[in-house]
Design a protein around this ligand. Structure first.
Ligand SMILES: Nc1ncnc2c1ncn2[C@@H]1O[C@H](COP(=O)(O)OP(=O)(O)O)[C@@H](O)[C@H]1O
Ligand SMILES: [Mg+2]
Length: 242
């Protein structure tokens, strides 16, 4: 199947630290590509350089529908349909849920206020955010709902490719189940998803394919069951985290 998003030779260093080293991957429409790896292995940096939020790769190409996008500016990449969430919470605590999402919609869409507001409300609904809480100040929401606000902010861009950076961290098993359902729903609508996740049951359940980074390098990729049984992957996790 034709790739929606493709990376070729993506690399990023911080001074002497090679955070992402020569990464290649491609993901087809409606596919979920899971990304695993120990802390500091370069997962979030990969999302940063794919979206240019907040910085670009040093080297390599990113293609959307075969078209190079790595020279575009971050907001242009977002407008073309590549949206992300952040590992760290990135809601504005003093704004309401809907105003948080509206800001994202206004930043990336060209619609008028009414159209952007409608997009923001739709995005909250799509994320499964309770209709009665749209006007609640985000800082007063529980962590799960703040996460949904962040996901809705990405959905407001009406992305074709959604990059989720550890959406399940600090959630209860029931909430993780809802994230899993949400991912299934978005994929059902044709969205393509890149999912970074430490919660392995979620990652292996929703991912069509998995890739594992270690020290910025791709050490394994393939079907989830094969990848998590791969000795190099076990070594990468057990060798350093325990
Ligand atoms: N803005 C930055 N400046 C300097 N070093 C960074 C920056 N962002 C990430 N790093 C370093 O790059 C490596 C990869 O980080 P990161 O991509 O956040 O890993 P992961 O998401 O897999 O935990 C780590 O060693 C981290 O300390
Ligand atoms: Mg990270």
């Amino acid at each position: 199947m034709a790739a929606v998003l493709e990376a070729r030779g993506l690399s990023k260093s911080f001074g002497g630290l090679q955070a992402v080293v020569d990464i290649d991957f491609s993901v087809a429409q409606g596919e979920v590509l899971g990304i695993a790896g120990p802390n500091g292995s370069g997962k979030s940096t990969l999302f940063n350089i794919l979206t240019k939020v907040p910085f670009a790769a040093d080297r390599g190409a990113v293609l959307l529908d075969g078209r190079p996008i790595q020279r575009l500016r971050a907001h242009e990449i977002a407008r073309l349909g590549v949206a992300r969430t952040f590992q760290r919470e990135s809601v504005f605590p003093s704004l309401s849920a809907v105003d948080n999402v509206l800001l994202a919609a206004e930043g990336a869409r060209r619609g008028n206020f009414a159209a952007n507001l409608a997009a923001a409300e739709q995005a909250l609904d799509l994320a499964g955010f309770p209709a009665t809480l749209h006007n609640m100040v985000a800082g007063q929401l529980p962590v799960f709902l703040r996460k949904l606000v962040m996901i809705a902010s990405a959905l407001a861009l009406q992305p074709r490719v959604l990059l989720l950076d550890e959406p399940a961290s600090s959630l209860t098993p029931q909430e993780i189940e809802r994230i899993r359902d949400l991912i299934a729903k978005l994929v059902g609508e044709g969205m393509t998803i890149l999912l970074i996740e430490h919660v392995l049951p979620l990652l292996t359940a929703v991912s069509d394919r998995l890739m594992v980074l270690d020290h910025g390098t791709l050490i394994a990729s393939g079907l989830p069951a094969d990848v998590i049984a791969n000795p190099a992957v076990i070594e990468a996790y057990l060798g350093r985290e325990r």
